[in-house]
Design a protein around this ligand. Structure first.
Ligand code: GCV
Length: 711
C-alpha cells in the first residue's frame, strides 16, 4: 500500500489522522488475537485490493501479531467480500440484510457456531466491502468486543462530498492548513503518496466525492492539460470510491472556448458545453460533474444574459446527462445592487424556480442564509423547494470561527441545522429529511463540506480540526449519529481509549462551539468580523459594499442593536414556515440565541435572566472567555494521557484562543458601548486596551485570501 503511515512511530505528528493503528490493550487484545488469525478476501479489483492492503497493514499494528492473507477460511478467519465474488459469503444467510444496504452499505457480523467466532464483512459491492473494513478497524481501534458483533449500515445521503476551495496556483481560499494538497505543477507524472492517504481517510468515513477546485473558478481547469492532471487524481481516488468533480466557470466558453457569449440559451454555448463534457469524460470516465457558483460575489452567471439560475444549471445538466453526471448549483447568491436584505435574496430568487431544474441538478444550500457564521438559523430554502433536490453545504474550514488556531468542534453546528424542523410539510419536516431526499422522495441527495485540508503535516492545522473533517463524513453517512458519539469515536481513534482522557476531552469539544458563539457573536449577532481576511473582530467595519460591512448586520445605535427581520423590518422571517416563523417573530418567544438575528432590541430590554440586553451581552462575551479558560484547564489536566508533541501543540493553540477570545470581547464591547452608553456590568473584566487600539490593528498576509480579494 502506498501509505506513509508508520506502525512504529517516533513521535506523533497527526499525519495518521484517525487511521492510527496503535497496539490494542488487554482484555480486548486477547479476544482479537484469538478471533483474527488470517484474512480471506476473494475477488480481484482495485477496491478489494485497497481493503486487503488496509487490513494487512492495520491488523499487525493493532494486534502485535502477524495476520496473513489466506485462500481458505480456517478457525479465526476474517472473511470480507461480496456474495458475487466470495463463495464463503454467498454460502451465508445474509440476503435479507444485504438487500437493505444498497450499493454502498455493509454488514459486519460474527458468525455464530464458528469457534472462536468467525467475522464476516459482507456487502453488495466492492466499495461496500472497503467501507465495512474501515468500520471494522474502527471497532478494533475503540476496543469493542467481537462477540455478538452485528452491524448493518448504509449511507442516508448519496453524495457525501468535500468541496476544496483550492486554486490552481496552490493557494487555498479560506484555507488555514498550508497550501493545496494538489501539486498541479507535478501532476500528472508525480503522484504524491499523500493523495492515497487522503483517499483512505475519506473512504474510512464514507466520503465519496470531491470537487478539486475553488468555486471562485478558474476556467483553465477545464482545459486539456488540467483535465489530464485531474484524471490522474481521479485514478488514485477511484479504488476508494471517490468521484472527482470540477468547478465550472460560467464564462468558460468565452475565456477558453473563443466564443463571444456564455448565454445559456445560445446554441453555440450549448454545443460548447456538450463537447466539453464529452472531452472530460474521455479523460475521467466516472467524472461526477460540475459544481457552480454563479452570479454571486463577482462570479459570472446566467443573470449576465437575463437568464435564470435554472437556465444556467440546466445548460450544464444537459451536457452531463448523457454521461450520468450531475450539476451542483450553489444557492449562495446575492447581489450588492439589490436593496433586499441579503438574508432574503437567495430564497427570493430561487424558491420560485422550484420544479424548473433538470433531474440531474442539485441545488447546494448553505446551512444558514448569510454565510457560515458561528450561529445562524437554518436556511429558509430548506422546505421551500420540494421539487428540487437540495444539498446541504457546511463549512469545515473555520473562516469565521478562528481559522486554524481555535479549537471548535463543529458537529453541534452541523447537527443544529440537520435537526432543525422546518415544519414546511408538517411537524417533523427536518432539514435532514429534506437533504437525504426522504421528505420529498428524491433519489439524488447530497451534503457538502468546504474542506479544511491543506499541506500541513497534520492535514488541518489544528490537531482538533481533523475532528471536523471526521464529523462531517460521519454525519453525511448517518445524520442520526449524535455529536457526542462522533466526538467519542474520534478521540479514541486519534488519541486513545482511556476513559479518564476521553470523557473530559469530549466535554471540552462539546463546549467549544458555544464558547466561540459567546466570545464572537452572542445572542444572534453575525458578520461582525474584520474585513476581507475575516481574522478577528471588526464590528466597526463600514463603507464600501454595504452587504460586506458589519454595521449593516448589527445596526447598533443609541436606541438598541440587531437586524429587524420581522414583518415591520425586512420580513426575512416571512420566508420560514410555521411554527418557526411565529416562534421567532415574537420577541417574547424568539430563542435568545437568535434574538439579534431577527430583532432590533432596546439596550434595556429585559432578557430571560432578568438582566438588560446590554448587561446580558457583556456577560455572554465574558462567559465565552471563561469557557475557553475552562477548556484550557481541562486540557492541562490531560497531559498524562497525550503524547508530548500533540499535547503541547494543543496547549499552545488554546492559549492563542484565550488571547483572541479576550480580543473579541474587549473590541466588541468597547465598540458597542459607544452606542449603549452603559458601564460594563460586574463580572466583566475591564478591557485591556482602548477602542482606538483595536480599531487600528492591521494584519497583513493573513492566510486564506488569494491576492484578488473581496468582502
Ligand atoms: C469561495 C464567503 C467567503 C468567500 C467564498 C464565498 C462562497 O463569502 O468569504 O471566500 O468564496 O463565501 O461561499 O462562495
Amino acid at each position: 500500500m502506498n501509505t506513509h503511515f508508520p506502525c512504529k512511530r517516533i513521535s506523533e505528528d497527526g499525519y495518521e489522522l484517525w487511521l492510527r493503528y496503535v497496539p490494542v490493550a488487554q482484555p480486548a487484545l486477547a479476544e482479537y488475537r484469538a478471533a483474527l488469525t488470517h484474512i480471506v478476501i476473494d475477488g480481484v479489483s482495485a477496491t478489494l485490493q485497497a481493503a486487503r492492503d488496509e487490513l494487512v497493514f492495520a491488523l499487525p499494528c493493532l494486534l502485535g501479531a502477524s495476520v496473513p492473507l489466506a485462500d481458505t477460511a480456517g478457525r479465526g478467519a476474517l472473511v470480507a467480500g461480496t456474495p458475487h465474488r466470495s463463495p464463503l459469503i454467498a454460502a451465508l444467510d445474509l440476503e435479507a440484510d444485504l438487500a437493505g444496504v444498497g450499493d454502498e452499505g455493509y454488514v459486519i457480523t460474527a458468525v455464530p457456531g464458528a469457534e472462536p467466532n468467525r467475522i464476516v464483512i459482507a456487502a453488495n459491492t466492492d466499495i461496500g466491502v472497503l467501507y465495512g473494513v474501515f468500520h471494522f478497524l474502527r471497532h478494533l481501534q475503540t476496543h469493542q468486543p467481537l462477540r455478538g458483533l452485528r452491524v448493518v449500515s448504509a449511507p442516508k445521503i448519496r453524495l457525501r462530498m468535500l468541496n476544496h476551495w483550492d486554486n490552481l496556483d496552490g493557494t487555498v481560499e479560506r484555507g488555514y492548513a498550508g497550501f493545496s494538497l494538489w501539486d498541479w505543477h507535478k501532476l500528472p507524472d508525480y503522484l504524491d503518496p499523500r493523495y492515497t492517504d487522503y483517499a483512505r481517510a475519506n473512504a474510512s468515513i464514507g466520503i465519496n466525492a470531491v470537487s478539486l477546485t475553488n468555486v471562485n473558478a478558474n476556467a483553465l481547469v477545464l482545459t486539456r492539460p488540467y483535465l489530464v492532471k485531474a484524471a490522474a487524481l481521479a485514478d488514485v481516488f477511484r479504488p476508494y470510491g471517490i468521484r472527482v468533480f470540477l468547478t465550472a466557470r460560467f464564462s468558460a466558453p468565452i475565456e477558453i472556448g473563443g466564443l463571444d457569449t456564455a448565454d445559456p440559451l445560445d446554441p453555440a454555448v450549448i454545443a460548447w458545453w456538450r463537447a466539453k463534457a464529452d472531452e472530460i469524460y474521455a479523460h475521467i470516465p466516472d467524472f461526477g460533474g460540475f459544481l457552480v457558483k454563479a452570479n454571486s460575489e463577482g462570479q459570472p452567471g446566467p443573470h449576465d444574459y437575463g437568464r435564470s439560475h435554472s437556465d444556467g444549471a440546466n445548460l450544464l445538466a444537459d451536457a452531463l446527462a448523457p454521461h450520468g453526471g450531475v450539476v451542483i448549483w450553489r444557492a449562495f447568491v446575492y447581489d450588492e445592487n439589490v436593496a433586499e436584505d441579503r438574508a432574503r435574496q437567495a430564497y427570493s430568487d430561487l424558491a420560485p424556480q422550484d420544479g424548473r431544474f433538470r433531474p440531474n441538478a442539485l441545488l447546494q444550500v448553505k446551512n444558514g442564509p448569510i454565510d457560515f457564521q458561528p450561529r445562524e438559523p437554518y436556511h429558509p430554502l430548506f422546505g421551500a423547494m420540494p421539487r428540487t433536490p437540495l444539498m446541504l453545504e457546511v463549512q469545515i474550514t473555520q473562516e469565521y470561527l478562528g481559522h486554524a488556531t481555535h479549537l471548535v468542534y463543529l458537529a453541534p453546528l452541523f447537527a443544529e441545522t440537520l435537526d432543525a424542523d422546518t415544519g414546511c410539510a408538517g411537524p417533523g419536516s427536518l432539514v435532514a429529511h429534506v437533504v437525504d431526499g426522504s421528505l420529498d422522495g428524491h433519489a439524488l441527495s447530497g451534503m457538502a463540506g468546504v474542506s479544511n485540508i491543506g499541506s500541513d503535516r497534520n492535514w488541518c492545522g489544528h490537531p482538533f480540526a481533523a475532528a471536523n473533517w471526521y464529523a462531517f463524513g460521519r454525519l453525511a453517512w448517518d445524520h442520526r449519529l449524535s455529536t457526542e458519539q462522533i466526538a467519542d469515536e474520534w478521540l479514541r481513534v486519534t488519541f486513545g481509549n482511556d476513559e479518564r482522557f476521553v470523557e473530559p476531552a469530549k466535554a471540552m469539544m462539546i463546549l467549544s462551539r458555544e464558547a466561540v458563539v459567546n466570545y464572537m457573536t452572542p445572542l444572534g449577532l453575525h458578520h461582525i468580523m474584520a474585513r476581507n481576511h475575516h481574522y478577528g473582530p471588526g464590528p466597526w467595519v463600514a463603507g464600501g459594499r454595504r452587504d460586506w460591512t458589519s454595521v449593516y448586520y448589527h445596526q447598533a445605535g443609541p436606541d438598541g442593536i440587531g437586524f429587524d427581520r420581522t414583518a415591520s423590518g425586512s420580513n426575512a422571517i416571512g420566508q420560514y414556515c410555521s411554527p418557526f416563523r411565529e416562534l421567532v417573530a415574537d420577541l417574547d418567544t424568539c430563542p435568545e440565541e437568535y434574538l439579534l438575528w431577527f430583532h432590533r432590541v432596546a439596550w434595556d430590554h429585559t432578557m430571560k435572566s432578568g438582566r438588560t440586553l446590554w448587561d446580558e451581552l457583556c456577560l455572554r462575551y465574558q462567559h465565552g472567555v471563561e469557557m475557553v479558560r475552562e477548556m484550557q484547564r481541562t486540557w492541562d489536566a490531560l497531559s498524562g494521557y497525550v503524547d508530548a508533541a500533540r499535547f503541547e501543540h494543543v496547549r499552545t493553540l488554546l492559549a492563542i484562543q484565550e488571547k483572541e477570545a479576550r480580543w473579541w470581547r474587549d473590541a466588541c464591547l468597547l465598540y458597542f458601548q459607544t452606542f449603549s452608553g452603559r458601564p460594563l456590568p460586574k463580572g466583566v473584566e475591564p478591557p485591556e486596551e482602548s477602542l482606538e487600539y483595536y480599531l487600528n490593528l492591521t494584519h497583513y498576509y493573513v492566510p486564506g485570501i488569494p491576492e484578488r480579494r473581496f468582502g
